[in-house]
Ligand binder design. Structure first.
Ligand code: LIP
Length: 277
């Protein structure tokens, strides 16, 4: 039987590439930066324009589909995942990087049906790396198959997480304490590239062995979750339970052994849910 969602995925790749071109062009001009929830939560006109381009191009072909887009949610649209075919969009994942011309900037789109991710696309547009993954069919970077490192020994691992002061000093303390705990296991190192979607792709292609984060959103996770899963990675909640797209937290790893060790070491804090009222 023909793959019912392949046409959607093909369109997604095409639209994502156009979005990436728009971002690269915007980088040649002055960038007007605005604040969202805090002085470190940034948005630009390009985030908004890219999201409009993506949603209008997809709606033209699939008018009955649903959308959860970072900038639409910021403007008041609901962020509720239903059984309907749903496009989960981060027009620029790594907006702070974009503002500073730091070269990890991506367009990330995940597509769900009955709340299950069917495919994910992450376009690291400055590097010109197009990561694609269709459920059950593997993960690719620019058409070449990718897979996780398979590393099982945490002492030999390179880990990724993101650091940043959002507003809650208690959470900030726990975040730093977690980094200290992990560095003293010891591991080879911790890096912070600044784009959740690219972080997951770095684990997917074996450049890093795990990534953990509390406080991101479904649009940061949906595209990369498909890529890392199809590359043979393990994905779970920070508590060790099943991964939940609306939970705002995750661990991805090259092996169950590393993911489970991180579960043991990391102290959780409450970040709420994307679908909370
Ligand atoms: C960003 C992430 C980044 C994380 C920030 C933020 P945005 O996404 O990808 O890694 O640290 O909390 O969520 O806002 O650039 O789409």
């Amino acid at each position: 039987m023909a793959d019912p969602w392949q046409e959607c995925m093909d369109l997604c790749v095409e639209v994502t590439r156009r979005a990436g071109e728009m971002i690269r062009e915007a980088l040649q001009k002055d960038i007007d930066v605005m604040q969202k929830s805090s002085p470190v939560d940034l948005v630009t006109e390009t985030d908004q324009k890219v999201e409009q381009l993506i949603i209008s191009s997809i709606k033209e072909k699939y008018p009955t589909h649903s959308f959860i887009g970072e900038e639409s949610v910021s403007a008041g649209a609901p962020s509720i995942l239903t059984d309907s075919p749903t496009w989960i969009i981060d027009p620029i994942d790594g907006t702070t990087n974009f503002v500073h011309n730091f070269p990890f900037v991506s367009v990330s789109i995940g597509f769900t049906v009955k709340k299950e991710i069917q495919f994910g696309i992450v376009y690291s547009c400055i590097e010109d790396k197009m990561y694609t993954a269709r459920k059950g069919k593997g993960a690719f970077c620019n058409g070449i198959p990718i897979k996780v490192s398979g590393q099982e020994d945490i002492n030999q691992s390179l880990l990724l997480t993101e650091v940043g002061f959002k507003s809650d000093p208690e959470q900030f303390k726990i975040m730093l304490a977690n980094i200290k705990t992990i560095l003293t296991i010891p591991v080879h190192g911790i890096r912070s590239p600044g784009s959740a979607a690219i972080n997951m792709c770095l684990v997917a292609c074996g450049s890093a062995d795990a990534y953990y984060h509390m406080g991101i959103h479904c649009w940061d996770m949906a595209g990369g979750a498909a890529v890392v899963t199809e590359a043979g990675g393990v994905i779970m909640d920070i508590s060790g339970g099943p991964f939940d797209l609306m939970s705002r937290r995750l661990i991805v790893a090259s092996s169950r052994a590393i993911a489970e060790r991180l579960v043991k070491e990391i102290i959780e804090f409450d970040v709420g849910r994307d679908d909370a009222d």
